[in-house]
Design a protein around this ligand. Structure first.
Ligand code: DC
Length: 488
């Protein structure tokens, strides 16, 4: 087997995790997250953050003042008034609540028993997630928890999901208690763990889930060293795969047939004239055989997003009705667009799209299936998930912004932007296939896409704040949604 390059080699070649990298580690209690995250952080020179310790600190404080662990509003007040600090240490993250080190006090059976209820509160999660993101924005971190890959950092450079059998996890937890001098029966530890798994996985707000792009590691039969070694390898996988992916701009350009070059030459001056920015580490090169998935703002998206791609052939899907419009229909056929019947499942269109991806063509789609003027993506249709699930093709998420202004008032100062995300590889598909049906996996792929687009949008807005027009359109859209779902 080919030898995997070391982190030092990858870094020297500029192909490794950048210093601002984020590694997300999720998994159930006792799966070995803390040991692994701490060791990884040390090896890769990143900070270590135990997000569970934040929920534990709040639980400990709530128990001390007699606050109900199910009262979200009271807990949120308690958190807002407190000074909560995490200090990474040799063995555990030191947790300081209002100046007092509570690192030991938060790891008792009492806190264990109440922490799931506290962490299920939406008001609590919202504030914790914000603090966790701030920690991530300060620089490279390895963060462990339950929703780090799926919610806190959807664009993490590497996502690891650690798992282990209930018996193995209970044994480890029981030993930890014993080392700290707590006496508790092993059976009780196992029963409590099973109950927490149940609560953490079934709560409404950010439940414990396997993000479809996570690398799943079962640690049941691993000792500590093996577990850490597996995690180090996994954390390098995306960087390693990226290094072997064809991002060559010159070669990509040569793949463009005469007609795509013509389209490119027509659209490029137009994009320049409109001041369109193209953002992304490797933009506008795209590798072959990927699903180019963009949010959908206006009719201008297909030419203004599609016009940035520099690798052919790019196939796209368009609703069948558009082919009946005289000039547009001819243009779509000329561009080899695949017609899709949007009522029900169009087996023929999906087969054509699958065949294109399997040949190494790229497929350009709008997973929402409809336009939403402010770019905040709405519910995702099943198509993206079905295609990704059936072909295993990676997804290149794309955030488009500002094309609404071309339609609604044409404000030339409005930021026109196409922002490429990183290539998303669905490493967890084999595991998800074991646990869930097609519909659920498809839904999860859609949620991941949504979370990524939202994060790309946040980054875009941090660089160029929301314009008045975007704000107005967003508020209008929210009003329409509220009218449609008054109780939603
Ligand atoms: O990892 P831990 O056992 O210290 O986590 C304590 C609890 O906090 C656990 O029941 C789930 C919750 N938690 C969470 O909901 N989200 C996180 N990101 C981390 C922990």
């Amino acid at each position: 087997m080919e030898r995997l390059p070391t982190v030092a080699e990858l870094r020297a070649a500029g192909k490794c995790l950048p210093p601002e990298a984020v590694i997300a580690i999720d998994g159930p209690a006792g799966s070995g997250k803390s040991t692994t995250a701490r060791a990884l952080a040390r090896r890769l020179g990143l900070a270590y953050v135990d997000s569970g310790a934040m929920y534990r600190a709040l639980t400990h404080a709530a128990l001390a003042v007699g606050c109900d662990p199910g009262d979200g509003a009271a807990l949120a007040r308690l958190l807002a008034a407190a000074d909560l600090q995490l200090r990474p240490g040799e063995r555990e993250t030191a947790v300081v609540w209002n100046g007092r080190d509570v690192s030991q006090a938060i790891r008792t059976p009492e806190v264990d028993a109440a922490v799931s209820a506290v962490s299920a509160q939406a008001a609590v999660r919202e504030r914790m997630v914000e603090r966790q993101r701030q920690l991530g924005r300060q620089g490279g971190v390895v963060m462990e928890g339950r929703d780090i890959g799926s919610v806190v950092f959807p664009l993490a450079n590497a996502k690891l999901y650690l798992d282990a059998s209930l018996a193995a996890r209970a044994e480890r937890r029981w030993k930890q208690y014993r080392e700290r001098g707590e006496t508790i029966a092993r059976e009780i530890v196992q029963r409590d763990l099973a109950a927490r798994d149940q609560l953490d996985s079934n709560r409404r707000e950010s439940p414990l889930t396997i993000s479809p792009d996570a690398l799943v590691i079962d640690t049941s039969d691993f000792n500590q060293e093996q577990q850490i070694e597996a995690a180090v390898l996994a954390s390098r996988t995306n960087a390693w795969l990226d290094a072997r992916t064809d991002w060559d701009t010159a070669r990509a350009w040569r793949t463009l047939s005469a007609k795509y070059r013509l389209v490119y030459h027509v659209l490029t001056p137009l994009r320049r004239l409109l001041g369109q920015r193209v953002v992304g580490r490797r933009a506008p090169t795209v590798p072959p055989g990927v699903i180019l998935a963009s949010n959908h703002v206006s009719w201008f998206d297909p030419p203004l997003v599609g016009g940035t791609f520099r690798r052919g052939p790019v196939r796209s899907l368009a609703k069948r009705e558009l082919f009946a419009i005289p000039l547009l229909g001819a243009l779509l056929r000329w561009l080899d667009t695949i017609p899709i019947n949007r009522r029900g499942y169009d087996a023929e269109a999906f087969a054509a799209a699958r065949a294109a991806l399997e040949r190494g063509d790229n497929l350009f789609i709008f997973p929402e299936g409809t336009r939403r003027p402010v770019g905040r993506p709405g519910p995702i249709k099943g198509g993206l998930g079905i295609l990704a699930l059936e072909t295993g093709a990676p997804i290149l998420p794309i955030f488009v912004r500002g094309t609404c202004a071309l339609m609604w008032g044409g404000n030339p100062a409005s930021p026109l932007e196409v922002r490429y995300g990183p290539l998303v590889r669905l490493h967890a598909l084999p595991r998800l296939r074991q646990d869930f049906d097609r519909k659920e996996i498809t839904r999860r792929i859609g949620s991941l896409f949504l979370a990524i687009i939202e994060e790309l949008q946040v980054r875009s807005y941090l660089e160029r704040p929301e314009t008045d027009l975007e704000r107005r359109l967003r508020l209008d859209q929210q009003r329409v949604q509220r009218r449609k779902q008054p109780f939603g």
